[in-house]
Design a protein around this ligand. Structure first.
Ligand SMILES: [Zn+2]
Length: 114
C-alpha cells in the first residue's frame, strides 16, 4: 500500500516525509524504515501540539489535522482502488476525531465564557 501511494504522482507530495533528519532519502527511507518514521513523525506531531500555548489552539490543530487526514485518506483510497490494492485507509476514525475536537473546543469555550 505504501509503495503504491508514495509512487503515485499526486499522492507522493501529500504523504512524503519532508524531514531530512527523519527520512534522508525521501520516500525510500520512509518505506524502508516505516516504523522508525512513524514513531518520529508522531513524536514531532505531539511536540507541535504541546507547543501550542492554549488548549483551544491544540484542539483546533488536532481537529484540523484529522480533517486533512480524512480528506487525504479518501483520495488515497481512490488511488488504491484504481491500483487494485485491496487495503483501504479508515476514514471514519479521522472524521470522528475531528467531531470530538469540535465538541471539546466548543465545551472549553462555553466553560471559559461562564
Ligand atoms: Zn520520516
Amino acid at each position: 500500500m505504501g509503495e503504491t501511494l508514495l509512487g503515485h504522482r499526486s499522492m507522493r507530495p501529500k504523504l512524503m516525509c519532508d524531514d531530512e533528519r527523519c527520512c534522508p532519502n525521501g520516500a525510500a527511507s520512509t518505506l524502508d524504515q516505516r516504523r522508525h518514521h512513524a514513531v518520529r513523525s508522531r513524536s514531532r506531531e505531539l511536540a507541535a501540539i504541546e507547543h501550542q500555548p492554549h488548549i483551544s489552539w491544540r484542539l483546533h490543530q488536532i481537529g484540523k489535522d484529522a480533517r486533512m487526514a480524512a480528506a487525504i485518506s479518501v483520495q488515497a483510497n481512490e488511488v488504491l482502488k484504481e491500483a487494485k490494492v485491496k487495503e483501504r485507509i479508515g476514514v471514519p476514525g479521522y472524521e470522528a476525531l475531528a467531531g470530538v475536537m469540535d465538541f471539546l473546543q466548543s465545551a472549553a469555550e462555553e466553560a471559559e465564557a461562564a
